[in-house]
Every structure is written in structure tokens, then in C-alpha cells.
Write a protein that binds this ligand. Sequence first.
Ligand code: FMN
Length: 180
Amino acid sequence: MEKKILIVSASLRGRSNSELLAEEILAGAREAGKEAELLSLKEKDLRFCIGCLACQKTGKCVLRDDMGKMLDRVREADVLVLVTPIYYYGLPGQLKTFLDRCNPLYGGENRFRDVYLVTVAADDAESAPHRAEESLGGWIECFPQARLAGSLFCGGVNGPGEILARPEYPARARALGASL
Ligand SMILES: Cc1cc2nc3c(=O)[nH]c(=O)nc-3n(C[C@H](O)[C@H](O)[C@H](O)COP(=O)(O)O)c2cc1C
């Protein structure tokens, strides 16, 4: 069966570098004949996990917001690609919240295997995404069927849309999409 790829764009601002990269990954995947879709956290009603753990009994979250539909898309995916800005040398809160809200999947039979992390930061240092990778690594460790299959760091990019001035990054993102 054809693999399903879910690309999650975590930036909430307009013309975000993350979303531009996510669109390239989507285009690369589709050009290569893969089944892929893009999910943006922008303008979503996404509330914090309240830690009640009801989901561990019922498989469902007690919160009624946009995460229900987003979780269905995670459930259907074989490959997850998380595209995100670096905030304070870590994951931005909205992506961490999204990952926390995947808790109904914890301990279950899950389809996703390969997880990719694509990061954007103002800082160009190779170490800039390391803590974000560590944090995602902790999440992946809790899903034994999954692994961090690859990562792409786009450093030295700050303003909205600035990624377009560094065409090597969109090109790498497109190639990543084609390789999934
Ligand atoms: C709250 C906040 C924290 C940030 N922290 C960092 C940081 O620690 N290191 C860094 O290099 N860039 C940091 N940045 C810059 C963003 O990573 C950068 O602007 C990136 O291009 C944003 O991507 P986006 O357009 O996809 O939102 C921060 C930006 C914001 C808004």
C-alpha cells in the first residue's frame, strides 16, 4: 500500500519560512508520485493538554477543539514531517502542545514510523536545532514503532519569507519530499 505522508507546519505567522518549506516538501513528494498532505497549525484552535489522562481509557480527548481532526490525520499517516521555527533554542510551544495532544495515541498501535524534523532559525550555528531534536527525540522514544528518520536545518533565516533568498533551502526541502 502507498505510504501516506503528513507534513505539519508549526509556524503561526503569515508567509512563514516553515510553511514555504513545507510547501516545497509537499511539491517534491507529489512530484515523486507520493500521497502527501500539508497540515498547518496556523489559525487552529489548539489548547494545552490538561493532563487528565482520560484519553488513555477512552482513546479520545476531553477537549473539544481542532486537535480531534488533526489527530485523525496523524492516525492515518505512515510518515510525519514536522517543519518548525526554533524558539529559544527549542521547539515552539504550539508544536510541543501538538505533540502533547497526540497523547490519545500513546500505548496504542500506531501507523507512523518515520519522523522527520525540519527546522528554521535566525542562528546559522550547526548546534541551533539540537535541543529541539532532543525534545522531539523524547516524544519519539515514547512511540516504539517510530524513529527519527532524518532532519534538515535551515539556519540564518529570520524575517517572514526570507527563506526564498536562500534557494538552497527550498531545493533541499523539495529533495527531501521526493525522497520520503
Ligand atoms: C519567540 C521567538 C523565539 C526565537 N528564538 C530563536 C532562537 O532561540 N534562536 C534562533 O536562531 N532564532 C530564534 N527565533 C527566530 C526564528 O527561529 C526565525 O525567525 C525563523 O525564521 C522563524 O520561522 P517561521 O518564519 O517559520 O516562523 C525566535 C523567534 C521567535 C518569534
